[in-house]
Design a protein around this ligand. Structure first.
Ligand code: KIV
Ligand code: ZN
Length: 546
């Protein structure tokens, strides 16, 4: 059959697959052709297992309080079922599950259990709504790990589901290593547990060994003898967990197990953010997830677990909506769908333009305009040349360096108007940190003292007070360049003016003392703001910046 174009005409008279966007998602219309024939569920349920499988990520251990914070965020995100932990695992784990179950969340709160009544008793003590019971069914697990026969496995499954139902719980059941279990035996277990009232059946791809077409077929085959809703639980060992989860929906599943940022055992589980956006973009299948909160929840989970989100991670990675190359920036500036598959705000992100080796005039001009700088064509050409040279030498160029280049080219990085004459800071235990600065501004001496929550805060406030109360510290970034207590640090400050949103400046410094390095960065930032203000005021015949 010839592949159909989006307009339905055959390939020979092909029209472009691209259509001007409507819903803020710009995927290929060819997807519609492929999936048009498949019956899709109207809504897919999301079971989030960040607090259980996600916590099985090597080196992750969350406190009860942090688990509660994540559960609350998941609830606000719109997750249907929160797998809050494995109650029988430890007292701490049970305590966290109980706290989450008692927090009045909208989501169904679930505990993982082995197919054993004592595990279910532990879950019951936590007041959960549901249990996710699992028992391995593949030959290798039965023979080498559990050392039980298939009949024994089937009976254990039945007894545990019966016990959960007798105690008023919602019961979801997983044949662990399901995708390496013979279909005939899965059928036996699924039939037996349906007879005792199982509510949902999950199909785990425990070691991530399926391909999407196989997953679709496998789920469809299982569905023939299953009357309750089916879920899929896919691991990412071959990087296919999201594709396999979506494929499972094509096969007839109605629920997906996933985790924030794709955390989980080994290579992790299917990432919630990718699964949800994939369902919507490719199949037009909805979930209860509020996608605009995804970036926030991703950051929260990363902070609390200590597992950084890779910059190139789909949907929520730092680079997911960043553009560097000149051609791409030019395209995105005229129409974002040229190089973006969806609008960043849909997932709570912002588009960024990064200046580097591949940047052209458009990217650099756009970045400088963010700071209110307008350069003439010759100046722009010079800035672009210098930026490329800088980047080619292998050095990272951030906004502060770009501004320094631009100011230099514009001849505005002349003699600094603001000089630091004196600086003292007092700090200690049971003592309010206090900083005093003496600055000379175009020869006029100004002095200010301020307190703060720490020595840096006090110093930043004193410097702002000495120049102008209009100055706002919009961002303060501290990075350690080397290790040890005598490490080199890099401080960047971003300053704004509360009366003029377009007045922005950056200052940056490197040193071994974080307080004095912060002060140096502030002096640079203040000088740039001063020059900008002076320039802005020229037409108004004002000699002073502030
Ligand atoms: O990956 C898996 O098989 C699991 C089970 C507990 C369902 O996490
Ligand atoms: Zn798992």
């Amino acid at each position: 059959m010839p592949i159909q174009t989006p307009s339905g005409t055959a390939k020979e008279t092909m029209e472009p697959a691209f259509k001007i966007p409507d819903k803020g998602m710009f995927v290929s219309d060819y997807n519609k052709e492929i999936f048009a024939a498949t019956r899709m569920p109207e809504l897919v349920k999301i079971l989030d297992t960040t607090l259980r499988d996600g916590e099985q990520t090597p080196n992750v251990a969350l406190s009860s309080d942090d688990k509660l914070k994540i559960a609350q965020a998941l609830d606000e995100l719109g997750v249907d079922i929160i797998e809050a932990g494995f109650a029988v695992n430890s007292e701490g784990e049970a305590d966290a599950i109980k706290k989450i179950a008692g927090a009045g969340l909208k989501a169904e709160i679930c505990s993982l259990c082995r197919a054993s009544t004592s595990d279910i008793d532990a879950a019951l003590k936590c007041d959960v709504d549901s249990v996710h019971i699992f028992l391995a069914t593949s030959k290798v697990h039965l023979e080498k790990k559990l050392r039980i026969t298939r009949e024994e496995a089937r009976d254990k499954a039945v007894v545990s589901v019966q016990y959960a139902k007798d105690h008023g719980l919602i019961a979801e059941f997983s044949c662990e290593d399901g995708t390496r279990t013979e279909l005939e035996f899965l059928d036996v277990v699924h039939k037996a547990i349906q007879e005792v009232g199982v509510d949902r059946i999950d199909i785990p791809d425990t070691v991530g060994v399926m391909t999407p077409p196989a997953m679709t077929q496998f789920v469809a085959e299982i569905k023939k003898s299953v009357k309750v809703p089916l879920a899929v639980h896919c691991h990412d060992d071959f990087g296919l967990s999201v594709a396999n989860s979506l494929a499972g929906i094509l096969g007839g599943a109605e629920e997906i197990h996933c985790t924030i940022n794709g955390l989980g055992e080994r290579a992790g589980n299917a990432a919630l953010e990718e699964v949800v956006m994939g369902l919507l973009a490719f199949y037009n299948v909805k979930t209860n997830i509020n996608s605009r909160k995804m970036a926030f929840v991703s950051r929260l989970v990363s902070q609390l677990t200590g597992i950084a989100v890779p910059p190139n991670k789909a949907i929520v990675g730092e680079n997911a909506f960043s553009h560097e190359s000149g051609i791409h920036v030019h395209g995105v500036l005229s129409e974002c769908s040229t190089y973006e598959p969806m609008r960043p705000e849909i997932v709570g992100k912002e588009r960024t333009f990064v200046v580097g080796k591949h940047s052209g005039v458009h990217a650099i001009q756009n970045k400088l305009r963010e700071y209110g700088l307008e350069l003439n064509p010759d100046q722009m050409k010079e800035v672009v040349t210098r930026v490329k040279k800088w980047a080619e030498s292998g050095k990272k160029l951030d906004d502060a360096e770009l501004l320094a280049v631009a100011y230099d080219v514009m001849g505005q990085e002349a003699e600094p108007a603001i000089k630091l004459e004196e600086f003292t800071v007092f700090t200690g235990l049971n003592f309010t940190p206090t900083a005093t600065v003496v600055l000379s501004i175009d020869g006029e001496v100004r002095r200010a003292s301020e307190t703060g929550v720490g020595p840096i805060d006090a110093s930043m406030s004193a410097m702002r007070a000495a120049v102008s109360k209009n100055i706002v510290l919009q961002e303060y970034r501290l990075e350690a360049i080397t290790g040890g207590s005598n490490a080199l640090c890099e401080v960047t400050v971003k300053l704004g003016d509360c009366e003029d949103a377009k007045l922005l400046s950056l200052g940056k410094s490197v040193g071994s003392d974080i307080v004095t390095t912060s002060v140096d960065a502030m002096v640079e930032g203040l000088n740039r703001l001063w020059h900008r203000k002076l320039n802005a005021n020229v037409g108004k015949e004002k000699r002073r910046a502030y």
